[in-house]
Design a protein around this ligand. Structure first.
Ligand SMILES: [Mg+2]
Length: 199
């Protein structure tokens, strides 16, 4: 399963949501589908996408918040899952693309993935951890159809959810994001101040 195909499957549904991605490949691939003002690409804060998403979810309980994360980042801040579960915002969906590597820091180089694997490559189950932390819904998917169904159901649903998608360790075609961090920092909160798009 390819991360880009997963993003394409949910992209139309992200309109009106507050979308926070972690840095690296997943941010670049979401950007490649078309930037929107309601997308925030969290740079230089590995592990903290869910924490930013939690703050937004608590501040705007009527808006759906979609956090798009990676296995390396989640493993760097496992406490983020327990904090989410403790607050249990029913408007937050945590999507984790698990490629079992630290792809964006070299794991995607030819042959490199063997040297940059994460603990999920040796059996750590992030959906299991989320469930044990207290997420009312947490599941792992391996097929595109299953991802689309689970992710859209979670976004349309009304409970804190974690969907872990096992994806190929594949680099994006480009890491270009032609939106400056400061531009993104101001554009994003302005987008969240609009009434339109509240889910
Ligand atoms: Mg990874």
């Amino acid at each position: 399963m390819k991360r880009l195909d997963c993003l394409k499957a949910i992209y139309p549904r992200l309109e009106g949501c507050a979308v926070v991605t972690i840095m690296g490949a997943v941010a670049a691939e979401l950007y490649s589908l078309g930037h929107r003002a309601n997308f925030f690409y969290l740079e230089h804060a590995m592990g903290l996408a869910s924490s930013v998403g939690l703050g937004i979810a608590l501040a705007q309980p009527k808006r759906k918040v979609v956090v798009i994360d990676g296995d390396g980042s989640v493993l760097m801040n496992l406490g983020g899952l327990t904090t989410l579960a403790r607050s249990r915002p029913n408007n937050l969906v945590h999507l984790i693309f698990d490629n079992e590597t630290l792809l964006s820091v070299g794991g995607g180089a030819p042959g490199g993935y063997k040297w940059f694997t994460t603990a999920t490559a040796t059996g750590t189950d992030l959906a299991g951890i989320a469930r044990a932390a207290g997420f009312p819904r947490a599941q792992m998917v391996r097929e595109l159809g299953d991802f689309e169904e689970a992710a859209l159901d979670a976004i349309n649903g009304d409970q804190l959810s974690c969907i872990v998608a096992k994806v190929d360790a594949e680099m994006p075609k480009s890491f270009l994001i032609d939106v400056h961090m400061l531009e993104n920092r101001f554009e994003f909160p302005r987008a969240l101040q609009t009434k339109g798009g509240v889910n």
